[in-house]
Design a protein. Structure first.
Ligand code: UGA
Length: 445
């Protein structure tokens, strides 16, 4: 007999959850998204996205019930009862931030999600964790689920399905993932997840089936590897600087070796954001608990190379203005941790701006999308509405997030606004020759 397609719920509608919910509706499923914040639910129900993510609002508007021309397959709620009644598959997409003052991940949102949902599960359901968690969590959560849900073991089951989407490419990464990894304990769970992901798999995404700990570890390992690549090239940048070499050329040259690859070898002020730095630290903390800390001591070095880049940028700025930052005007282009995002969490750009401010410089920041979030985080910095306004009267200009808009700036126009024509490129993406031609002293990190 033909079975109806599974009905899907998504718990937590942040970055990951909002994108996942919209993508699931786009794949043809009936979807109910839950968040505990009513204002978030109201926004999403109007088809508005609470953050900047290219393509997400369009995708959402195509499906949110009640919007003109929408499929109506996507709805939002704050009620766990509704979610428990509705869903066959429940995706848990809440965040796991770094615990205050520690390296370990804060599991309280995941725990709360499971503990809120489980007691309401009276029918057959698969709960699928997508949050990034310390290895061993899925085991623990499966036991908790069995203990709390009235439908009982066998009826209510857990699976683990880590997420690899990148901010700025969230929609594409979700609809066409590089790979889908599922940690399962039964054939039923695997079959259900194969049904959910049938379309991307048919279009070529590899489907990797494994156990719980491996699924959890894949995520930690992937982000650690990416962080390692970035810190490796940044370490090479330090050596290049000492030896008068060119790290951009070096990266290009080693990248031609397919075993190394060209991606993720952009030297600069290092990695930031809500994932890489915290995942690295949480991974070290968890390995320590497991007695495997020695295996990951190198990650400490990856972290410190990364943090050193920020300090180095501050030193270069100090050097550029003649040795003392006090009262010097510094223009900072970029506030977000990377372009095409409004996310300023652990942003290297804002961190550098903040350090310069603390050392007495007059800092003015401009970012195409991150101004609101930056202001909230660092209200004491100066802000301007455009790159041109930010550089007015500057003793030095710092390029810290590689927005396309900054690559298209006309150095001749900016030259008339600044006090001194000095620019430091913290991302190695500006055209040095162009700036030098317009009379600038140009230095890249
Ligand atoms: C990262 C991973 O790339 C995703 O695969 C993963 O799913 C996600 O974390 C997550 O755990 O949720 P994201 O944080 O969106 O995604 O950003 P990335 O594109 O990885 O960039 C991270 C940082 O590295 C940025 O600050 C970026 O400027 C920096 N970076 C990246 C470099 O400095 N050099 C590079 O060559 C590449």
């Amino acid at each position: 007999a033909h079975q109806a397609p599974p009905r899907i719920t998504v718990i937590g509608t942040g970055y990951l959850g909002a994108t996942h919910a919209a993508a699931m509706a786009d794949l043809g499923f009936e979807v109910l998204g839950l968040d505990v914040l009513p204002e978030k639910i109201e926004m999403l129900s109007r088809g508005e996205v609470p953050m900047y993510e290219p393509g997400l609002e369009e995708l959402l508007r195509r499906h949110v019930a009640g919007l003109e021309g929408a499929s109506g397959r996507l709805r939002f709620t704050t009620s766990y009862e509704e979610v428990a009644d509705f869903g066959d598959v429940h995706f848990v997409c809440v965040n796991t931030p770094q615990r205050h003052g520690e390296y370990a991940a804060d599991m309280s949102y995941v725990d709360t999600a499971i503990e809120s949902l489980a007691p309401l599960l009276r029918r057959r359901a698969l709960v699928v964790g997508k949050s990034t968690v310390p290895v061993g969590s899925a085991d623990r959560l499966a036991a908790r689920l069995a203990e709390l849900s009235p439908a009982g073991e066998g009826e209510v089951e857990l699976a683990w399905n880590p997420e690899f989407l990148r901010e700025g490419f969230a929609v594409d990464d979700t609809l066409h993932p590089d790979r889908i990894v599922v940690g399962v304990r039964s054939e039923r769970a695997e079959t259900l997840l194969r049904e959910v992901y049938a379309k991307p798999v048919a279009e070529g995404s590899p489907f990797v089936v494994t156990d719980f700990p491996t699924a959890e570890l894949v995520k930690a390992a992937a982000n650690s590897f990416l962080a390692t690549k970035i810190s490796f090239i940044n370490a090479m940048a330090e050596v290049c600087e000492a030896a008068d070499g060119d790290v951009v050329k070096l990266a290009e040259a080693i990248g031609h070796d397919e075993r190394i690859g060209r991606k993720f070898l952009r030297a600069g002020i290092g990695f930031g954001g809500g994932c890489l730095p915290k995942d690295l630290r949480a991974f070290m903390a968890r390995a320590g608990e497991l007695g495997a800390d020695q295996a990951l001591t190198f990650l400490r070095e990856i972290d410190s190379i990364n943090m050193r880049r920020r300090g180095h940028m501050v030193e270069l700025a100090r050097e550029a203005v003649g040795g003392g930052l006090l009262g010097k005007r510094v223009a900072v282009l970029g506030a977000t941790f990377k372009p095409d995002s409004d996310d300023v969490r652990d942003s290297p750009a804002l961190n550098v701006a903040g350090q310069l401010h603390l050392q007495g410089a007059q800092v003015t920041v401009y970012d195409p999308k991150g101004m609101e979030n930056a202001r909230r985080l660092f209200p004491t910095l100066g802000y301007a509405d455009s790159a041109l306004a930010a550089v007015r009267g500057a003793d030095v200009v710092l390029h810290l997030t590689e927005w396309r808009e900054f690559g298209e700036l006309d150095p001749a126009v900016l030259a008339d606004a600044v006090a001194e024509r000095r620019i430091l490129d913290g991302r190695n993406t500006l055209d040095a020759a162009l700036w030098r031609k317009a009379g600038w002293t140009f230095r890249a990190l």
